[in-house]
Design a protein around this ligand. Structure first.
Ligand code: LMR
Length: 393
């Protein structure tokens, strides 16, 4: 049966891992996959994670199953971190531990398909490339609009409002909680409030992808947009990832939170979410959940984690400021990066120019022109900027 299959192209982001590893140029630069890197180009295990792991190794007494919604202590630790302590919100929330943020997005999408007749999801482009196939494969009709104009390097707020005004009740609207991937360009809170009021008036439901909390302006500040949305809508879905802010990428740890209009809906929603998880992977892996829980319930470990996260964010912001200080390079306004946030910037480069950066300079980035700023350091920034000038000439 398998002879019918044609080989697919490698993933536009993950495919870069092997290409970069195979490059023998000692001056190669990895601006590809969205992982944090230190000044030496390493993606370290956080000290808080190491401490938590050593504690778990000593104290874990069983590896028996949890249910399909995973580790309850993990959900109890994450929910107040994101939503605060308001009991009126807490009693409207259903949580489910998921296989990374991607697992949360998939269950959220499938839940929406169970609730409405042929719902769509409205996705601003460009976005994380896997959003489109992942959400589409879950049965949602994917409707796109221009969120960010790569040439002008600005958000297209008019196109966003125009597109969303065509939405129907039961449709989802994908929003990035902060540190927009791939552009780094977030709506300000006033714009966000306008968008949220529009989608709420139409009976659409926000699906917030919260993958980079803490990597923009600090954990609490990065939460402002998410909390604004939650405070203005009756229903919402939040796909939370611990990959980036806890550095737990390969542990695949995330959570889906469903905000229901009334506490009476939480029982039925919980049963559906659990059923959806059960039919895909049955129950999620526990190691990442145990680590995050151990960190969050121990004030000293939590403090250490937040300090490490803050230091990573400070490094990212320093690289952003350094690159932005070059101002205009050819048609690219690097100065625009200064007002953007998070791990990424999207440069107006063609696929051919990105290929030339790889082939002629061993600089690896996603074909879209997305740069992972964590791959930059004080030494390689001048090299990167002169390579940019060369491919733009
Ligand atoms: C990225 O955007 O580079 C990361 O989220 C890794 C991935 O899975 O694509």
């Amino acid at each position: 049966m398998f002879e019918v299959l044609k080989e697919l192209p490698s993933d536009s982001v993950l495919g870069l891992i092997k290409l970069y590893a195979a490059d023998t140029n000692p001056n190669k630069v990895d601006l590809g996959v969205g992982v944090y890197k230190d000044e030496q180009g390493k993606t370290p295990v956080m000290a808080a994670v190491k401490l938590a792991e050593s504690q778990i190794l000593k104290s874990e007494v069983s590896k028996t199953y949890f249910g399909s919604d995973g580790n309850a202590a993990f959900l109890d630790a994450i929910a107040p971190l994101i939503f605060g302590d308001d009991p009126a919100i807490a009693q409207r929330i259903v949580g489910c531990q998921t296989v990374g943020g991607s697992g949360a997005l998939q269950i959220a999408a499938k839940l929406a398909v169970s609730c409405a007749d042929a719902p769509a999801i409205w996705v601003g482009t460009p976005t994380w490339p896997n959003h489109l196939p992942l959400l589409g494969a879950s049965g949602l009709e994917v409707r796109t609009y221009e969120y960010y104009n790569q040439t002008t390097q600005k958000i297209n707020f008019v196109s966003m409002l125009e597109a969303l005004s065509k939405g129907r009740a039961g449709d989802l609207v994908l929003l990035h909680a902060c540190c927009h991937n791939p552009t780094g360009a977030d709506l300000d809170l006033e714009e966000l409030a306008e968008v949220v009021d529009l989608i709420s008036a139409k009976g659409m439901v926000p699906l917030i992808d919260a993958a980079y909390l803490g990597l923009g302006s600090g954990f609490d500040q990065d939460l402002q947009a998410l909390q604004l949305v939650v405070s203005r809508v009756p229903e919402a879905l939040v796909a939370f990832s611990c990959s980036k802010n806890f550095g737990l990428y390969r542990e695949r740890i995330g959570a889906l939170f469903v905000l229901t209009e009334s506490p009476a809906s939480t029982g039925p929603v919980k049963s559906h979410v659990q059923h959806l998880a059960r039919t895909v992977y049955s129950t999620p892996p526990n190691h990442g959940a145990a680590i995050v829980t151990a960190i969050l319930v121990d004030p000293a470990m939590k403090k250490l984690w937040l300090a490490e996260l803050k230091a990573s964010t400070a490094r990212l912001n320093a690289m952003r400021a350094n690159l932005a200080s070059y101002g205009r390079v050819g048609q690219i306004d690097l100065g625009a990066l200064a007002s953007q946030k998070g791990m990424f910037a999207l440069l107006p480069l063609s696929v051919e120019q990105v290929s030339r950066l790889k082939d002629d300079f061993s600089i690896y980035m996603a074909p879209s022109g997305r740069v992972n700023l964590a791959g930059l350091n004080e030494d390689n920034i001048p090299h990167f900027v002169s390579a940019l000038s060369a491919v733009l000439a």
